[in-house]
Each structure stands twice: as C-alpha cells, then as structure tokens.
Design a protein around this ligand. Sequence first.
Ligand code: DX5
Ligand code: ZN
Length: 229
Amino acid sequence: MSFDRSIKIAPSILAADFANFGAECEAIEAQGADWVHVDVMDGHFVPNITFGPATCAAIRPHIRGVMDVHLMIAPIDPYIDAFAKAGADVITAHVEAGPHIHRTLQAIRGAGAKAGVALNPGTPASAVSELLDSVDLICVMTVNPGFGGQKFIDMSAKIRTLREMIGDRPVHIEIDGGVDPTTAPLVAQAGADVLVAGSAVFRGGSVSNPAPYGENIRAIRAAAAGTYV
Ligand code: DX5
Ligand code: ZN
C-alpha cells in the first residue's frame, strides 16, 4: 500500500447484501470503490454482531484493492493474527476497546497489516497523541458504532485537530458514519482523505443493478472535491 492523501471512497459492506458478499465486493470495485470497508462487530464492544475472520478470508479473493477491516470488538489482541491471515490490508482497533492500545497497534503491524486506530464521537483527538508514529490511519467515527444508516455527527473540529497533529506523517484520516454527498465536503475540507460510506453507496443498487453504486460513489467523490452540483 503506497501512501497518498487523495480522496478514497471506501464502501462499507455492512450495507451490502449479506447473502452475496463476494459479488458485492466485485460490483463496488467495478463501480469505482477505492477500498472495501469491512465492519466487524462482536455484540460486546458494540450492540450488534456481523462477521469475523472467516468472512474476511472468503471475500479476500473478490477484492482487488485494499481490504480495510474495522474491528468493533473487545478484546482485540487474540484475533489480530486471524484477520491478518484472512488478508486484511488495514486493521483498525478502537482506542476505547482496552487499556493497551499501543501494544495492540504494534501487534497489528507485527502481523503484517497497516495499523489503524478508531475514535468514537465522545473520544477527544488527544487520545491518540502518543500513537502518531504507531499508526497508518486514524478513523474518526461520525456515528456511535454498531449500525449503518445513522445520522451524521459533525466532528470537523476533531478532524482539523488531528490533521494538525499528524503533520506530514503518512497517516490517513478516515471518516466513518453518515458520509454522503452532503457531509463529504465538511470532512474533506477539515482534512479527511478516506471516506467510508455504507448506505450512501449501496442505496438504490444491487449486484444485478450496480449502476447506482457508481453514481453514488461519483457523487460522494465529487462532493468531497467540492465539485458536486
Ligand atoms: C458503523 C460502521 C460504519 C457504518 C457506515 O458502526 O463502522 O462503517 O457501516 O454506514 P453508513 O455509511 O450507512 O453510516
Ligand atoms: Zn466502520
């Protein structure tokens, strides 16, 4: 994975057809997705359960680009190797998921994946001030994690603070939750470069009718670039 800060659209398969993940990953990539965002939930750290390493391994052959795995689980460390072996390019852990986030991030890099740290809406940017050289990505949650289709919570000030803290380090700022053509400009102008979107990408389309996926991705990308009309 080379680093650049150009806008990347990362559809979340939480909003995809759960009976058809492989075909959905191929469809969104064919329609312009840059990354595929995989929302792992354990029903403990968040009040919902989705899928685990086996699903990641199953969809890996259907993803040409980056498989961006968002772990909404606690504890994290016992499962890092399984997600890395499943082919995750990025593994993101929540700073709130346990007392040893620094060790978790070292373990993610040790397993061969890029390390991400996620911040819930109530967690300040200062929570990652000691982690800036241990991460490749900071995920700013703009919803309380657990579900797709929720209302965007504006975190622009936190994004700006993080952008300043990062400086010229090769660290992505990812936004996750409620991203659509209306909210994308806010977060892009604040300094974000990876935009996760579930409902705003998958709405109106299907594996047999993927064109809306492309329209939705283009609309978010254009909005982030400030050219959305
Ligand atoms: C929420 C997940 C998000 C969610 C985004 O816990 O981490 O990735 O799927 O879905 P939308 O874009 O519909 O808010
Ligand atoms: Zn997510």
